[in-house]
Design a protein around this ligand. Structure first.
Ligand SMILES: [Zn+2]
Ligand SMILES: [Zn+2]
Length: 281
């Protein structure tokens, strides 16, 4: 018997938005990035085919928006072959249960994220005291309890392949979350980074609202292992991506991405790591 899926008891709509909310960008012909409030999800696949995957599942209560964006791009009643999660934070699984119920597709995540997706373990509490602005302070209201997906969630294959994304490999990029992954395609060096690094200062409400493009480490209020987070950014920089879609902020590409990533690696302690907060030192 299938078990009933459920969100954590602290699951709720979060009233925060940005000027990009409701907009999509075709980063490459088969790579589409769409913003729901303050987070991005991706549709990976050529819109002339019916072969595509959804990466991440938006903010709480965003399933209807994700379905309509998907149908707009791939046609009425289209459904992805699978949903792949970069990690299980509330803003990346917000519409997930309704999407699974509607599409009846499998979901994949790194095995170290599974406790947070099967009701076994809560994420550490967000840190509203961390160095940062209003979004950091609001983070005390962010859900951190696990969702329960029952047998709808599967571990990613251990060989680095990604189901239904034949050209992509998953790369373990922990720090922001233990089982955080990024997705990389060698042939054109396209990167879906998740929250391993982002292109907006996500802790500041004004910067989130305007989506001013600026390289940044992972969102501070939910990042608990800064040493691992730094290693993950180094790993991604070494891949020399030509374009990056991040979990938050506008996609970045070309020379701007190369120099920004180099700077983030070289100045990680100044740019990324907060001066104070309960998960530093
Ligand atoms: Zn996150
Ligand atoms: Zn996020």
């Amino acid at each position: 018997m299938d078990q009933e899926m459920s969100y954590g008891s602290d699951y709720k709509f979060i009233p925060a938005t940005s000027i990009e909310s409701g907009h999509g960008i075709e980063v490459l012909p088969d790579l589409y990035c769409y913003t729901v409030q303050i987070v991005n999800f991706c549709l990976v696949g050529n819109p002339e085919t019916n072969d595509f995957v959804l990466v991440d599942a938006g903010m709480p209560k965003s399933a209807d928006a994700i379905i309509s964006v998907t149908e707009e791009r791939f046609g009425a009643n289209s459904r992805p072959k699978a949903i792949v999660l970069t990690h299980g934070h509330f803003d990346h699984v917000g519409g997930l249960i309704e999407l699974i119920e509607h599409w009846k597709v499998p979901v994949y995540a790194h095995e170290l994220e599974l406790p947070f997706l099967t009701g076994k373990m809560s994420y550490p509490e967000p840190d509203p005291t961390v160095e940062g602005g209003m979004v950091a302070k609001m983070s005390r209201f962010f859900p951190n309890e696990p969702i329960f997906l029952g047998n709808n969630i599967h571990p990613l294959p251990s060989d680095g392949t990604v189901p239904h994304m034949p050209d992509f490999k998953w790369i373990h990029t922990p720090g922001h979350a233990p089982g955080h992954i990024s997705l990389f395609r060698e042939k054109d060096r396209a990167l879906i980074a998740g929250d391993a690094f982002v292109t907006v200062k996500q802790e500041y409400l004004y910067k989130v609202f305007t989506q001013e493009q600026e390289i940044s480490g992972p969102p501070r209020y939910l990042t608990t292992d800064w040493d691992a987070a730094k290693e993950s950014v180094m790993k991604l920089e070494a891949l020399k991506p030509t374009v990056a879609i991040t979990g938050h902020g506008v996609p970045m590409s070309g020379e701007r991405l190369a120099t920004s990533l180099k700077k983030l690696v070289n100045e990680f302690d100044q740019i990324a790591v907060p001066d104070y907060g309960k998960y530093v030192n």
